[in-house]
Design a protein. Structure first.
Length: 505
């Protein structure tokens, strides 16, 4: 296939290879080993195919690339319109990178209904990728809702403890919030006659949308509520700890690594892209919510007795940085917000994999049950420390550069925002390093811990890519920022025009 035709079809291929794999899995006999191998092969093929995007991406070319735009349904006017810019492209690669690791980490921990588990996992991958590349609002909403069912099934069928409660809570919270976004999308379609994001943006900028000025505050809130619940932004976060604690390891990795980024991506792409004036006027209270999330998430994480809850609340804190960066309306802030999305996916995905590995051996997430594990599990302790330091934001690891850029952007927007957000970095070092100290140092208090096996080859193979990527992202962040910055400049363009209008008045 020639390069131009490959560029035209690559997004369709990357999006639907996992779904095709899931359909083939349905017809495979129930031989668990072959099912696991096949699921791993499909996820690896998807990852390799997704690497076409960064390899052939032209950072100097404005707008969306790898576009495909075909009429899907005539009435209503719905298009199969996909495209990627420097922001969405890397989120797609993050999704395809984490999925094979999820397959590997679930190799032994999923012993029942193995076939169904990997079918659900691959369907979820297709839905997640679809969210990031859809440029038609109907198509976007279709994929957005399509992520709910497989994730709820993963939690409800393969989770622990109160898994049904957690699955239902997750489903209801996110589905009800999405209804507000659906109402906003339908209002825009009724006025513009198209679901196409680019067409709608153009109509709004030209002032061709009837009654837009009076409806815009409500439309902004409709999109905002759906995305704020998904982030989750304080005080919409209460579904997250339950979902994380009860989910299987692969569910937690994809939930923290990718699903939460749907909310921050939505804020950046749709709230800022469609409603720049409303974004600017509402930014002050959204940034306050983000700051509360950063500090509150960190303080609550510090007092958790459960390892998975510590990591879950750390996500509330870290995603607060992303929202703060987005609503700073600065180049540094948005560059940093996008980089934190990717860095958080890698580091927190790694932490959840490590927590899951220990759960397979101990069948508990309680920190008090561990203690002194560095002696029987030295390789595990080394991996854990490396990923913890990446999450804390140690210079030369991936957590540092994104948070540094977000804080720079927050300082430019308002110094007090930067000062308060900077305390979140200190808190994160406190709760993560304290958790590490309680789990790995000191005398072994439970004699059974002395016999815990260290990492096997499969577990090392699953963890090594996350650790390696955390290092590469920290040492060479420009690989990512080179593609991200032009997309951020384009997202910020309306805000420059808005500022010049206000000065003109």
């Amino acid at each position: 296939m020639s390069e131009p035709s490959m560029n035209n079809s690559i997004l369709t291929l990357v999006t639907f290879i996992p779904l095709a794999g899931a359909l083939l899995l349905m017809f495979m006999p129930r031989r668990d080993r072959e099912i696991r191998r096949f699921a791993l092969a499909v996820s690896l093929v998807t990852f390799i195919a997704s690497l076409h995007l960064p390899v052939h991406f032209l950072a100097s070319q404005p707008g969306y690339q790898f576009e495909v735009n075909n009429q899907w349904i005539t009435t209503p006017n719905i298009h199969y319109h996909m495209g990627a810019d420097g922001i969405s492209m890397w989120l797609v690669v993050l999704t395809t990178f984490l999925t094979p690791l999820c397959v590997l980490i679930s190799w032994k921990s999923i012993g029942e209904r193995v076939k169904e588990f990997f079918i659900i996992l691959l369907v979820l991958e297709t839905a997640l990728i679809g969210v990031f590349v859809s440029l038609d609002l109907f198509l976007f909403y279709f994929f957005w809702e399509a992520t709910l069912i497989p994730m709820a099934l993963l939690i409800g069928m393969y989770g622990h403890g109160r898994k049904i409660y957690a699955a239902v809570k997750f489903f209801l919270y996110t589905m009800i919030a999405s209804m507000f976004m659906l109402a906003a999308i339908l209002w825009l379609y009724a006025k513009v006659g198209s679901f196409d994001l680019i067409v709608i943006q153009d109509a709004i900028r030209r002032g061709n949308v009837e009654h837009f000025a009076s409806a815009a505050p409500w439309l902004f809130l409709g999109f905002f509520i759906a995305f704020a619940v998904k982030v989750p932004l304080f005080p919409f976060h209460t579904w997250l700890p339950d979902a994380h604690v009860e989910a299987p390891t692969a569910g937690s990795v994809l939930l923290a690594g990718v699903l939460l980024k749907m909310g921050t991506y939505g804020l950046l792409r749709f709230n800022l892209g469609l409603f720049p004036e409303q974004s600017r006027s509402n930014a002050w209270w959204i940034m306050i919510l983000a700051l509360i999330g950063i500090i509150y998430g960190a303080l609550v994480a510090m007092v958790q007795p459960n390892m998975k809850k510590v990591i879950a609340y750390s996500s509330v804190s870290h995603l607060g940085f992303v929202v703060l960066g987005i609503f700073s309306f600065t180049q540094a802030g948005l560059d940093g917000a996008t980089f934190v999305m990717l860095a958080h996916g890698v580091a927190t995905g790694g932490l959840f994999m490590l927590a899951g590995i220990l759960y397979e051996r101990k069948h508990t997430y309680e920190i008090s049950e561990k203690r002194g594990l560095a002696t029987p599990m030295p390789a595990y302790a080394a991996f854990f420390l490396f990923i913890v330091l990446a999450s804390v934001g140690l210079p030369l690891l991936n957590g540092f550069i994104g948070e540094f850029l977000v804080l720079s952007g927050a300082f430019q927007a308002r110094a007090i925002y930067g000062i308060l957000a900077a305390t979140g970095v200190i808190w994160s070092a406190g709760y993560l390093l304290w958790m590490y100290q309680r789990v790995f140092f000191g005398k072994v208090t439970h004699p059974s811990n002395n016999a815990l096996p260290d990492l096997d080859v499969r577990e090392r193979v699953a963890l090594a890519p996350a650790a390696a990527l955390a290092l590469v992202m920290g040492v060479a962040p420009l690989i990512w920022l080179h593609d991200i910055s032009p997309a951020v400049q384009s997202a910020l363009a309306p805000f420059g025009q808005l500022a010049s209008k206000l000065v003109g008045r």
